[in-house]
Design a protein around this ligand. Sequence first.
Ligand code: BEZ
Length: 217
Amino acid sequence: MTIRIGDEAPNFSAETTQGKIDFHDWLGDSWGIFMSHPADFTPVCTTEIGRVANLQQEFTNRNTKLLVVSVGTKQNLTPLESHKEWIKDVNETQSADVQFPMVEDADKSIANSYGMIHPNANDTLTVRSVFIIGPDKKVKLIISYPASTGRNFIEIIRVLDSLQLTANYQVATPADWKNGEDCIIVPAVSNEEIPEKFPKGHTVVKEYLRTTPQPNI
Ligand code: BEZ
């Protein structure tokens, strides 16, 4: 299945390390980050889970819930036992305290419904996918990394900030934008509407390129 930006995020009911969830109900009015990991007890994944756990407050500040799927589990354990044992290792080795759930996906149906398993990479392991899902349950961002490259979660927070600005203030963000820098007024806003919508002021660089100080700071 191919999911594209703007599609509804596939829903599922499943057991997690924190109990059974219906994904959409669990998200509620929050934003969501659903990310895949090739396997439990693997080195890059261990650092990633630890990094996200150590950034937990940043996600909470952005009203964003985190959910992890990892399809490769330890053979002599049930999937949930494997996840729970791995979380202990993550906490120990990454000085972390993982607060977010990992979902059980023994038959890989959840990973497959998100297109997280790429036969060209490996037909049993997921690639490192990240889906950002809005409160409307629509997919806002999809990125995929190869298994050998750990993701940059500061970049994911940067995109979350950009998406939330667009959702709330009708601005876009320019190349390499960082929190606190000027934003771009989206084309749907007419010149006449600008003074009321952007009282901090604006600059017309070109008719099609109008900037304004970041509205939410
Ligand atoms: C890792 O997390 O280190 C990893 C997982 C699967 C393949 C390669 C690396």
